[in-house]
Design a protein around this ligand. Structure first.
Ligand code: NAD
Length: 290
């Protein structure tokens, strides 16, 4: 397939490379030109701008930080809706608020451009190992078209409902992930303050009912205070905002999510926004004066 790929960052770069490896003709664009050069080295093509990446594409994938970038790339001058041919499928894999996904889909319909929201979970490692979980909102027919592409990127691939539903599932994912990081951080602080070796303690937790993918993959780096991203606190702050806004929209109370959102906001305010979200440990430590 001829693909356009916009946003070649931590996640987009390895995802685009997997699509090249699966035999697709990938034209990629990122505002950081070095990212396009890396794609070219991996066998893709570095496009000059969004319109150039989209011009020949049957499917366009976007993997951008947040909704303003998705709006600019999808709806802006020289963007996907302006430059793509009728019949093109636009798959936004960024994590953004559900209402933007719905708005883009509605505006695209007039141009006969089909849209899916397909955010992912699994982090940088999941992107690099083509082991992402992909939660997809949109029509069944468009999901079926996109499925072979998703299979080159992930392992758990589920159509979860209409436009915006993928983003709601991702918001639910992010509140669970934030909560687990917060609690693992509290466990480490308690263990260390009590004179118990945290690495040993967490090894036991990982094998019992408290076990989780986060404990499995991140307990060593957390105990060793290795906080290179990964997934930045700034991005998780964005996602907690999406989760709380979705809760308001659905008229439900999510008290623990509110608390975790404040921990993440504190991490940003303390200057840790560009560290990995596991750096919530630094916030929890500082709350105890450690
Ligand atoms: P990133 O900042 O590393 O990558 C985003 C890329 O988009 C950057 O390279 C940036 O230069 C590019 N970009 C920004 N505006 C652009 C524009 N107008 N045109 C072209 N390129 C543009 O972010 P990331 O970590 O790859 O995350 C991307 C999305 O995936 C976010 O929504 C994030 O929440 C989500 N996500 C990230 C992870 C993770 O572990 N990093 C995991 C799951 C989901």
């Amino acid at each position: 397939m001829k693909l356009g790929f916009i946003g070649l960052g931590v996640m987009g770069a390895p995802m685009a490379a997997h699509l090249v490896a699966a035999g697709h003709d990938v034209s990629g664009f990122d505002v950081h030109t070095a990212a396009g050069e890396k794609l070219q080295a991996a066998g893709g093509r570095a496009a000059a701008d969004v319109a150039d990446a989209v011009a020949r594409a049957e499917v366009v994938i976007t993997m951008l930080p947040n909704h303003p970038q998705v709006e600019a790339v999808a709806l802006g001058e020289g963007g996907v809706l302006a430059a793509a041919a009728p019949g093109t499928l636009l798959i936004d894999m960024s994590t953004i608020r559900p209402e933007t996904s719905i708005e883009v889909a509605n505006l695209a319909r007039d141009k006969e451009i089909r849209v899916l929201d397909a955010p992912v979970s699994g982090g940088q490692a999941g992107a690099e190992q083509a082991a992402l979980s992909i939660m997809v909102g949109g029509s069944e027919e468009d999901f079926d078209t996109a499925k072979p592409l998703f299979e080159a990127l992930g392992k758990t691939i589920v159509h979860v409902g209409p436009h915006g539903a993928g983003q709601v599932v991702k918001a639910a994912n992010q509140l669970v992930v934030g909560g687990i990081y917060g609690l693992v951080a509290e466990a480490i602080v308690l263990l260390e303050a009590s004179g118990v070796d945290a690495a040993t303690g967490l090894d036991v937790l990982a094998g019992g009912l408290a076990g989780s993918r986060i404990l499995e993959l991140k307990r060593k780096s957390m105990v060793d205070r290795q906080f290179a991203p990964g997934f930045r606190i700034d991005l998780h702050h964005k996602d907690m905002g999406i989760a709380l806004a979705a809760a308001r929209q659905a008229d439900v109370a999510l008290p623990l999510t509110g608390l975790v959102a404040q921990l993440v906001a504190a991490g940003r305010a303390m200057g840790y926004g560009s560290l990995d979200h596991s750096a919530l440990l630094k916030v929890v430590e500082q709350l105890s004066g450690r």
